[in-house]
Design a protein around this ligand. Structure first.
Ligand code: URA
Length: 236
């Protein structure tokens, strides 16, 4: 989701249903405050978190919100869906305006899902250049062996994207389980990588994104606010 930057005069014209000329006069009269300070500048850029008052009336007052959700199986990583329950619908009691998911999980995957209304934060987190690592616990149908480690590390070429995956770390946990760390998020990436070995993924659980770890106290379907330090962790 793009950060919602726009011009103050356009915002006011729409919100107050007044032509630009009238907005100019309103601004010059010092009737508009941005974050508590009078603003007379027509060209001023605002975003979704600029606190905007006209006379004594608040026109915009969005607070930044950040949540972690333990996504259960069968819930879709989307804001709306005709068939499946959505991850956003699990955030009961939360104002869902501008809320979006930072880094989707497949329908049958579980684990850490980050949801926010702060598009600058989610963009920085998910931008391919930032290469924030995501760690998954993967359960396979067939036993795995050492050959998987080098194949994941070397990268795999995918025709569909015409690109090779970045080196991925694979640690064998047991015969049927591996811990995989990716620095990117191609479509169904882990399933497709194990698909090269004709080894179907039985369960896929995201444990962490960057240094932000899924809270073990959260049962599937439950969520909580991120702490201030967790919000900053993802930017490291
Ligand atoms: N890779 C997948 O195949 N599915 C996910 O949900 C995440 C990573």
């Amino acid at each position: 989701m793009q950060s919602k930057r726009s011009r103050l005069d356009q915002f006011l014209a729409k919100r107050l249903q007044q032509p630009k000329k009238a907005i100019r006069l309103i601004l010059l009269a010092g009737r508009v405050q941005l974050d508590g300070v009078i603003c007379k500048d027509m060209d001023r850029q605002i975003d979704e978190f600029t606190h905007i008052c006209f006379d004594e009336k608040t026109l915009q007052n969005n607070r930044k919100q950040y949540y972690m959700l333990h996504k259960p199986v069968g819930v879709v990583s989307a804001t709306i869906d005709d068939i499946h329950q959505t991850a956003l619908s699990l955030l009961r009691g939360v104002d869902l305006d501008l809320m979006h998911i930072a880094g989707r999980l497949d329908l049958n995957s579980t684990g850490l899902l980050l949801i926010t209304n702060d598009s600058k934060w989610s963009q920085a987190l998910m931008a391919p250049e930032t290469k924030v690592s995501k760690q998954y616990l993967v359960t396979l149908e067939n036993p795995i062996d050492e050959s998987y480690i080098s194949a994941f590390n070397e990268g795999m070429y995918f025709d569909y994207e015409d690109s090779t995956t970045l080196p991925a770390q694979l640690i064998i946990v047991s015969d049927f389980q591996a811990r995989v760390t990716l620095q990117e998020g191609k479509y169904h990436q882990i399933k497709r990588m194990f698909g090269r070995f004709r080894n179907p993924v039985v369960a896929l659980h995201r444990e962490s994104i960057g240094n932000l770890v899924l809270d073990k106290a959260l049962v599937p379907g439950h969520f909580r606010h991120l702490t201030d330090s967790e919000i900053n962790l993802t930017q490291t």
